[in-house]
Design a protein. Structure first.
Length: 281
C-alpha cells in the first residue's frame, strides 16, 4: 500500500514544478514521450522509497520478533506478509467493540485487493499516456504557440472501455481505501498500545495514513511490550499523587485504560526519554 502513497509525492512535485524542467510538447509524439517519462520517473522514485521503508520495517519487525522469541521474522521484509506479521505482533485487536485475533490476516487480504485495484488503474493510465493518438493540439492565445496535451475525448475502441473500467476501479479503490484504513487503525493501535503506550494514536496515524510504517516500526523495535491498561492505571495513580489527590482509586479508579483520548494527555510517565521512538535518529 505504501508504494501508492509514495507515488503521489513525486506526482505532486512534477504537477507543480514540471514546467520548470522543460520538455518538448510541440508534437503529439514528443508530448506522449515526455508524459510517459515523467510517469516512469514517478514510479521509480516511489519504488525506491517503498523499498527503503520495507527494509527498515523488516529490520524493526525482525528485531521485535527476536526479543519476544517469535519465529519467521523474515516475513517482515516481504510485502503483504509484513502486514500479516505485524498483526501477529499486535495480537488481539478491537473493531467496533468486537475482539479480532487475526487482524493481520484481514489487513493483508484487504491490502492485496487494494493494491490490485491501484495497479490496474496505474497500468491503464500509463498505457493511455503513452499513446500519441490521444493527444490534441492546443494554442496559447498570448503567444500563439501550439502544444499537445492528453484529451480523453480522443480515446476510442478497446482502450475506451479500459478507460471507463479505470474510472470505475478508481471509485471502488477510493471506497476500499476507507475499509483498509479502518483495519489498519485497528491493527496498529493494538500494536502500539504494547510498543509505544505513551502515544499509540500518533504512531497509528503515521503507519495507517502516512507511508511511514517501516520507519516507525524501526524506531520502536527495541521497546519492551507492556500491558496498556496497566500502564494507564499506573499513570493515573501517578497523576493523582502529583496533584495531591491520593493514591486511592475513588470514583475514577482504573479509568485511565478507558480514556478516549490518552494521546492528548499532557502528563508524562517515568522513563519518558528512554523509550523515545526516534531516539535512534
Amino acid at each position: 500500500m505504501e508504494f501508492f502513497d509514495w507515488l503521489s509525492v513525486p506526482q505532486v512535485f512534477i504537477q507543480y514544478f514540471g514546467n520548470y524542467f522543460g520538455g518538448d510538447l510541440s508534437t503529439a509524439q514528443s508530448a506522449a514521450a515526455l508524459i510517459f517519462k515523467w510517469n516512469l520517473i514517478c514510479v521509480i522514485v516511489a519504488a525506491g522509497l517503498f523499498l527503503v521503508g520495507t527494509v527498515f520495517g523488516g529490520i524493526g519487525l525482525m528485531t521485535m520478533a527476536k526479543r519476544r522469541g517469535m519465529k519467521h521474522g523474515w516475513m517482515g521484509f516481504i510485502p503483504f506478509l509484513n502486514t500479516y506479521y505485524a498483526g501477529k505482533m499486535a495480537g488481539e485487536s478491537n473493531v467496533f467493540g468486537k475482539k479480532i485475533k487475526n487482524i493481520g490476516l484481514w489487513c493483508m487480504l484487504a491490502e492485496i485487493a487494494f493494491v490490485a485495484l491501484q495497479t490496474f488503474a496505474l497500468v491503464v493510465s500509463l498505457l493511455i499516456a503513452a499513446n500519441p493518438a490521444y493527444y490534441a493540439a492546443h494554442t496559447i492565445e498570448e503567444t500563439g504557440a501550439v502544444y499537445y496535451a492528453l484529451d480523453s475525448g480522443l480515446i476510442t475502441g478497446a482502450m475506451r472501455k479500459l478507460a471507463l473500467a479505470n474510472d470505475i476501479v478508481s471509485v471502488i479503490a477510493s471506497i476500499w481505501w476507507f475499509v483498509l484504513l479502518l483495519l489498519f487503525f485497528a491493527l496498529f493501535f493494538a500494536l502500539f498500545r504494547k510498543y509505544y503506550a505513551r502515544s499509540p494514536f500518533l504512531m497509528t496515524f503515521l503507519c495507517a495514513v502516512l507511508p511511514c510504517r517501516g520507519f516507525v516500526l524501526f524506531a520502536v523495535r527495541n521497546n519492551t511490550p507492556i500491558d496498556y491498561n496497566e500502564y494507564m492505571r499506573k499513570r493515573m495513580e501517578e497523576e493523582r499523587r502529583r496533584y495531591g489527590q491520593g493514591g486511592s482509586d475513588g470514583m475514577n479508579g482504573g479509568s485511565g485504560s478507558d480514556s478516549p483520548f490518552p494521546d492528548f494527555d499532557n502528563s508524562s510517565a517515568s522513563g519518558r526519554d528512554s523509550d523515545g521512538p526516534f531516539s535512534d535518529f
